[in-house]
Design a protein around this ligand. Structure first.
Ligand code: GRF
Length: 198
């Protein structure tokens, strides 16, 4: 299964996927930020990298068209968003719908958007977590593939809670990618159907 990864920063989820021994070929890693640490790691592993600087483009549509063309050059079966911090245009999402996964650091549909750990603490929730979902035009609301929950402790800071969540991200994202690579994930009536045992 050929996979293209999009990221904007650290790239720890990309690393977790790259190091999980999955039946995939990471054909390329593409970033909208040339200085993303995830790109350096990819280069070290001999994975093709590409930096497309969105600041050089007038509007989201033209940048996303270029991004889509770069992705398709690598003929991926799956596109993985791993900390890709730009909203994608509806045309881009339509082009890749059904083969576009994202990980979000909350138990969706709670806390879509940014600063999820701060908001979880502010709300006083006792359980927090992360979600892998298919990307649809509805931001952070696509069909859910897998979630992991972590306890929220009384003395948590956003950083401590975020680190606890991130550990789970590194577990569930490779798992979701494995299911996709094995051809076991399908969307039926707007929900994910996972064939076979988890
Ligand atoms: C993660 O928290 C992920 O849930 C969110 O962006 C962050 C990316 O971290 N979408 P990393 O670049 O994978 O380390």
């Amino acid at each position: 299964c050929r996979v293209v990864v999009l990221l904007s920063g650290r790239g720890s989820n990309f690393r977790a996927i790259a190091e999980a021994g999955l039946p995939i070929t990471i054909a390329a890693v593409i970033s909208n930020r040339p200085d993303a640490a995830g790109l350096a790691y990819a280069r070290d592993r001999g994975i093709a990298v590409c930096a497309l600087d969105h600041r050089a483009h007038a509007d989201r549509e033209s940048f996303d068209r270029l991004l889509a063309e770069e992705i398709e050059r690598h003929r991926p079966a799956l596109v993985v968003l791993a900390g890709y911090m730009r909203i994608l245009s509806p045309a881009f999402i339509a082009r890749f719908e059904g083969r576009l996964l994202n990980i979000h650091p909350s138990l969706l549909p709670m806390f879509p958007g940014l600063k999820t750990h701060e908001r979880a603490l502010a709300e006083g929730v006792k359980v927090h977590g992360c979600t892998v979902h298919f990307v649809t035009a509805d931001l952070d609301h696509g069909p859910i593939v897998i979630q992991a929950a972590v306890p929220v402790r009384a003395d948590d800071t956003p950083e401590i809670l975020g680190a606890r969540v991130l550990q789970q991200e590194h577990r569930i994202y490779p798992e979701a990618v494995r299911w996709f690579a094995e051809g076991r994930l399908a969307i039926e009536d707007g929900r994910v159907n996972l064939r076979g045992d988890p």
